[in-house]
Design a protein around this ligand. Structure first.
Ligand SMILES: NC(=O)c1ccc[n+]([C@@H]2O[C@H](COP(=O)([O-])OP(=O)(O)OC[C@H]3O[C@@H](n4cnc5c(N)ncnc54)[C@H](O)[C@@H]3O)[C@@H](O)[C@H]2O)c1
Ligand SMILES: O=P(O)(O)OC[C@H](O)CO
Length: 321
């Protein structure tokens, strides 16, 4: 079996590399900058995933051609750089399947990872790996369950087998739309949940936000033809619960900092911020009712204060659940 290629040397790509390598697969992780690749090699540890030593069968490279011949490539870059990475390097990747691990909607085009893969790498089968999982938990070998979505059923089975390990349990679906939207939208709701907690609105308000946020996620996904069952699974409801309730989540922590009026390190990856803007724009254009998403986008862009956003959400007309 050929080396599994991973494009993107962040916390998630590295965690996947570690868990797959410990299950006996050979892995090569591509970092886009050589000094960063060299730092990881020197320390045998990625500063984005501190405290995790790399097994010997994980190679770190800044040469894209080192993963160019891999039959299977995981795409683990942040969502907002995926399109430029594939525009630049896609022609040098000859993978039979590419599995997007990034969660979000591209702000420039409103597209998800599957459409971006399809446009730039038309010869490959696109797939999505998503669901409730912190990189640190995966890398430590803690039990984790994810959704593997691939429209090609046979390839889906093959990917499920190749990417499952004794601690990483993959469930399969052909609904790539539902899987990628669940992962994208839950990050927006996690920012909102963080704002609720950061401003001291309380646990009951957070439960209400999660529930109404989930209704909003389902509405948006339905408009794109997703299967509601997918949203109720790991990639939607499961990840929503994890991300809205854990201080480990960067999206949730960003929301808490916003709510408290505290500084938040701009170097930290917060996928829900750009996705809130992207989804709000699409929702307006397509007439999809997305009040929480609009509020998050407005607050992030400084167009509305948190107290104004809360007042607007609470003064919406009373209606049936
Ligand atoms: N960290 C997690 O727990 C976790 C879990 C599930 C999914 N994800 C998803 O995985 C994706 C990556 O997140 P992460 O946590 O690994 O991010 P990260 O912040 O840990 O690392 C991002 C990495 O992306 C790479 N990168 C940045 N700009 C790049 C560019 N222009 N070209 C190529 N590579 C570039 C860099 O190597 C950087 O280290 C996100 O979409 C995230 O939602 C993360
Ligand atoms: O730290 P976050 O908020 O990017 O969340 C990480 C994962 O997506 C949780 O499933």
């Amino acid at each position: 079996m050929s080396v599994i290629g991973i494009a993107g040397a962040g916390a998630f790509g590295t965690a996947m590399g570690v868990v797959l390598a410990e299950a006996g697969r050979d892995v090569a992780i591509w970092a886009h900058e050589e000094p960063f690749a060299e730092e990881i090699r020197q320390r045998n540890e990625n500063p984005r995933l501190p405290g995790v030593q790399l097994p010997p069968n994980v190679a770190i490279t800044s040469d894209i051609d080192a993963i160019g011949g891999s039959e299977l490539v995981l795409l683990a870059t942040p969502m907002q750089v995926l399109a430029s990475v594939l525009e630049t390097y896609g022609p040098r990747l000859r993978a039979r399947a590419m599995v997007a691990c990034c969660k979000g909607v591209d702000l420039a085009t409103g597209r998800g990872p599957v459409a971006i893969i399809a446009e730039n790498c038309p010869e490959t089968v696109p797939a999505v790996l998503t669901g409730p999982s912190f990189a640190a938990d995966i890398a430590r070998g803690l039990p984790t369950a994810l959704t593997l979505a691939c429209a090609d059923p046979a390839m889906g089975v093959s990917l499920q087998e190749r990417l499952s390990t004794p601690t990483l349990r993959l469930y399969r679906t052909t609904d790539t739309v539902g899987a990628e939207l669940g992962g994208a939208l839950k990050n927006v709701m996690a920012i909102a949940a963080g704002i609720v907690i950061g401003t001291g609105l309380g646990e009951s308000a957070r439960a209400a936000l999660i529930t109404r946020g989930f209704a909003e996620m389902q509405r948006f996904a339905r408009a794109y033809g997703a299967d509601p069952e997918t949203l109720a699974g790991l990639s939607g409801f499961g990840d929503l619960v994890l991300t809205c309730t854990s201080a480990q989540s960067r999206n949730f922590s960003f929301g808490v900092a916003l709510g408290k009026g505290q500084y938040f390190d701009p170097e930290v990856t917060v996928e829900g911020a750009a996705t809130a803007r992207a989804v709000a724009a699409i929702a307006t254009a397509r007439g999809i009712d997305m009040p929480v998403t609009h509020s998050v986008a407005h607050v992030i862009d400084g167009r509305r204060s948190i107290s104004e956003a809360v007042k607007i959400l609470l003064s919406r007309p009373l209606k049936e659940e």
